[in-house]
Design a protein around this ligand. Structure first.
Ligand code: PEP
Length: 237
């Protein structure tokens, strides 16, 4: 059985004032694997807040190299050193804002593994690609291009995040999610966790989690406040 996982992506949100939210989320974690991926500045503080609980902390991206002349970047080893045990790779905002290609994502995922981090590898189609009927082809190409050989359920989680559903309030329909997740299941085998991401909220989580091949969610906006995120975690438990 794939592990059930509720992961929160805080994106570029949060200062030290947000640490108590993580504390409240930590108190509710345990029944399913619960992860928060804050900005890099909060990995240390959130790791401290999560100490003695089942909440796990992750980075949002990492450079493929372990160290070196890469101003403004952060390596997987640094994330691990600060307390992370997970790292998101291939998020569509990184692909769009920083031009990260499938090759880059594969190298980052390998770097995450080398640092002992479990990767949450994101793939997703744009609205234009969906409307052109290219969704499954695009996702297959992204997966084949960015998922390194050697991926297992222990070192990798796949997150399907349709770009048009991220931060837009437009959640993919259960039929759309089921079609993609069933195809992904055929691709990655029976044990790897498959998360859906894109405007997941307490009000739509249960319907998505009821789908056979949806093992959890990667949540953006609704992971910032414990009052929003904890009900999502509970819907998965
Ligand atoms: C995300 O950024 O991974 C995401 C799914 O965002 P939101 O839940 O806000 O759509």
């Amino acid at each position: 059985m794939p592990q059930k996982i509720a992961a929160g992506n805080w994106k570029m949100n949060g200062t030290l004032e947000a640490v108590p939210e993580a504390g409240a989320i930590a108190a509710a974690s345990g029944a399913v694997e619960t992860i928060l991926c804050p900005p890099a500045t909060l990995i240390g503080p959130l790791t401290l807040a999560a100490q003695g609980t089942d909440l796990r902390i992750g980075g949002q991206s990492c450079h493929p190299a372990a160290s070196g002349a890469h101003t403004g970047d952060i390596s997987a080893a640094m994330l691990a050193d600060a307390g992370a045990t997970y790292c998101i790779t291939g998020h569509s905002e990184r692909r769009a804002d920083h031009g990260e290609s499938d090759d880059d994502v594969r190298a980052q995922t390998e770097a995450a593994w080398a640092a002992g981090l479990r990767a949450i590898l994101c793939i997703g189609e744009t609205l234009e690609q969906r409307e052109a009927g290219e969704t499954l082809d695009v996702l297959t190409a992204q997966l084949e291009g960015s998922l390194p050989g050697g991926a297992t359920e222990e070192n990798t989680i796949i997150a399907y995040e349709p770009v048009w559903a991220i931060g837009t309030g437009k959640v993919a329909s259960p039929d759309q999610v089921a079609e993609v997740h069933d195809a992904l299941r055929d691709h990655v085998g029976p044990e790897m966790s498959l998360l859906y991401g894109g405007s997941v909220k307490a009000g739509n989580a249960a319907e998505l989690f009821a789908l056979t091949n949806v093992d959890g969610a990667l949540v953006g906006g609704a992971s910032l406040k414990a009052a929003d995120f904890v009900p999502i975690v509970e819907a998965l438990a």
